[in-house]
Design a protein around this ligand. Structure first.
Ligand code: MG
Length: 382
């Protein structure tokens, strides 16, 4: 990425709002490349490999994990950023960090931890991702966290309830909480990662869902978005209809992904050309500019509803979910009752419930299961 090629509305690392603790530059890297590197070297990033996306990590070796999901989001985001002359490095940094705050066991883990933390401010994975990069990574002698640039932190904080935004703004008036009070948008790069995230999981959850046997090609074939590309593949390769194996699925998903990314790039390029924001800040004040065309957006929403009903709510997924919630809840109770079972740096923190939540949220699926067995003597999954 040549910085002189960036569109006027792109986030230019030479004009970053900077880091909370100023640091000397690190040439030849620009500030957002440097953020990306810090994220890749973090402990939280390495843990993503053993964290659940939809299927529990121990259910199979070929399902997406939080790590491979994050890499797919980074790949889709980068190629769209290049086509749109946005800041690829910033997109990559946000994409690789966007799920760092996820608990073990995916959304089941987050729901259980949120319930445990109800009386203590709750738990939300987006806020936790910011907390990981701002505070919980302990790697530098001079500060806690990774001391990332504003633009990267802004992209990581995708949602934020107003009450929490007010708390964030109190300690950092111009920080990433402010836009939730002002009702403005994040950078175009952050908007792009949000959409790449959705496009990535819609496509890969179909793949994983079929791999798991919980959904079938026939079922998905009822969705116009999928059927259109499947039919195109079958017209070109009719023999695939009777072939065993997954070539038809892969080729359909490949075309679907290309079509969605192509649509995103074309629709966004049109919106940008029309709005022509003077710079990255002017883009923040406008309605969202990174978007799919209305027709494809509606079809993508239909696909999402299908996955929600047929896969995420599938009895087998729900059963794993219930057990995973129990693991998290019992771990929370066990550490609350006996804080010294946590490592000394967590046990020493005065805000005990938050320390327990931070400790559990950082766990991989398999570490959480080991700890649960150690503390309760029971194995909930065999
Ligand atoms: Mg994600």
């Amino acid at each position: 990425m040549n910085l002189d090629d960036l569109a006027p509305w792109a986030s230019d690392p030479r004009r970053t709002r900077g880091r909370r603790r100023p640091e000397a530059p690190s040439p030849p890297r620009n500030e957002h490349q440097r953020d990306r590197d810090r994220i890749v070297h973090s402990t939280a990033f390495r843990r993503l490999v053993y964290k659940t996306q939809v299927f529990l990590n121990h259910e199979g070796d070929l399902f997406r994990t939080r790590l491979t999901h994050s890499l797919e989001v980074a790949q889709l985001g980068r190629s769209a950023a290049r086509a749109l002359r946005l800041n690829e490095d910033l997109v990559e940094a946000i994409a690789l960090a966007h799920d760092l705050g996820h608990t073990p066991f995916g959304h089941a883990g987050q729901d259980a931890l949120h319930a445990c933390m109800q009386a203590h401010g709750g738990f939300e994975h987006n806020l936790q991702s910011l907390r990981v990069v701002d505070r919980l990574e302990i790697r530098y002698p001079a500060f806690d966290g990774l001391n990332l640039c504003f633009e990267t932190r802004e992209g990581i904080l995708k949602h934020c309830p107003r009450a929490h935004a007010e708390l964030l703004v109190k300690s950092e008036p111009d920080g990433p909480g402010r836009r939730f009070i002002e009702g403005t948008r994040p950078s175009l790069e952050a908007q792009l990662v949000n959409l790449a995230d959705e496009i990535a999981y819609n496509a890969h959850d179909i793949d994983d869902g079929v791999r798991s046997g919980l959904i079938t090609l026939v079922q998905i074939g009822e969705l116009p978005l999928f059927a259109r590309w499947r039919d195109a593949v079958l017209t070109e390769y009719p023999a695939l209809a009777d072939q065993p194996g997954r070539r038809l699925l892969f080729e359909t998903l490949r075309r679907l992904l290309s079509a969605m990314m192509g649509d995103l790039i074309a629709s966004t390029a049109r919106a940008l050309a029309e709005a022509a924001p003077a710079d990255a800040d002017a883009a923040r004040a406008l309605p969202p500019l990174v978007a799919l065309s209305p027709g494809l957006k509606a079809q993508a929403a239909e696909l999402k509803r299908f996955l929600f009903g047929e896969l995420y709510r599938h009895p087998q997924v729900v059963q794993s979910t219930q057990l995973a919630k129990l693991v998290v809840t019992e771990l929370f109770d066990a550490y609350r009752a006996a804080p010294d079972e946590m490592p000394p740096d967590f046990a020493a923190i005065a805000n005990r419930p938050r320390a327990v939540a931070d400790y559990i949220a950082g766990m991989t699926d398999r570490f959480a299961l080991r700890e649960h067995h150690r503390l309760t003597g029971r194995r909930l999954f065999d």
